[in-house]
Design a binder for this molecule. Structure first.
Ligand code: ZN
Length: 115
């Protein structure tokens, strides 16, 4: 494992831990919401349902990020970390430092972003 991989691994593991803690908080907040005695008043109910939606939206974004992090950690283990998924060239130290879970080099990312 080289220096870039070591640094990335540390960042990714820390980020994963933070997201998992967020999930914990989210799911206990959801539990409270569901276990709270339901008021027959529709306004209260609507409010409770809106809150649940927000929680789901938050966790969806985090879930995607968590997938990216897991994939990066697997690439580090496999020794393919830092190789562009698209063209196979090196992603580059600076880019990896900015985005440790980057899958593609800057030119492939830009090519994909172009309409
Ligand atoms: Zn590329």
């Amino acid at each position: 494992m080289n220096e870039i991989e070591k640094q990335a691994r540390e960042l990714l593991v820390n980020r994963r831990r933070a997201i998992l803690q967020l999930f914990e908080k989210n799911s206990s907040a959801e539990r409270e919401l569901f276990e709270a005695p339901r008021s027959p008043d529709w306004a209260d109910r609507a409010l409770a349902e809106k809150d649940t939606t927000v929680l789901h939206n938050v966790s969806e974004g985090e879930r995607i990020e968590l997938n990216e992090i897991e994939a990066s950690l697997r690439r580090i283990e496999a020794g393919t970390y830092g190789d562009c998924e698209q063209c196979g060239s090196r992603i580059g130290r600076q880019r990896l430092r900015a985005i440790p879970e980057a899958r593609r080099c800057i030119s492939c990312t830009e090519a994909l972003a172009r309409p």
